[in-house]
Design a binder for this molecule. Sequence first.
Ligand code: AP5
Length: 215
Amino acid sequence: MRLVFLGPPGAGKGTQAQRICAERGIPQISTGDLFRAALAAGTKLGLEAKAFMDRGELVPDGVVCGMVAERLAKQDAASGFILDGFPRTVAQADALDAVLQKMGQPLLACVDFVVERSELIRRLTRRLTCRKCGAVYNTDALPPKAAGLCDRCGGEVYVRDDDRPETVERRLKEYDAKTAAVSGYYAGRGLLRQVNAARSLADVAVELDRLIARP
Ligand code: AP5
């Protein structure tokens, strides 16, 4: 199973990717998580990405594409993966296409998570993320069982810096300007599948599982 999860910030890509990947034993390759891990490790890549992330802007294509190509070459991606938050520009989609062609591993589908803006803002401003393992919670829809602690690893849950209202606004604008066109790229190749992701977590999960079974 080789999938791309596309959609605006807060649409639920990471939440559903974590679930499906855990169930199927394939890696969730989230470019946002890779940057946050690089930053936590104090690497040059992390520090370079931080400036863009703090402003709610996309990290330059050249930086992202090399990082993803390296990650896809790892052994655990050989039996499938979900790319969560990549590609986010048409240039990134072209670069991914070239890497997968070289590996002889075509994509099964690009799943586009469709949610209206007011709901995205509501979700992002209520999101909690585990500092240690990246698990995603929500003060409304999916609170951690013990306040402030991750159910999965016991790590501290926190509010991401880029979930501040002014940065959320900027991220949504970046999405419209640079990422929305990626859906057309995959529609043109017959790979685009849209999911109404404005519904409950359980309803979205059912639709996704159905779609994955019969792409
Ligand atoms: P990244 O970390 O990828 O953020 P994002 O794409 O903006 O996506 P989010 O993580 O905000 O949302 P999501 O769709 O995963 O939603 P989630 O499941 O968490 O990127 C961060 C930054 O890194 C970017 O701004 C950029 O700077 C940089 N970057 C990353 N990739 C890049 C790339 N390819 N190119 C260039 N730069 C890149 O859910 C959100 C909340 O809603 C949670 O609280 C969740 O519990 C809740 N929720 C989920 N589903 C539901 C539901 N059905 N009902 C109710 N609540 C729900």
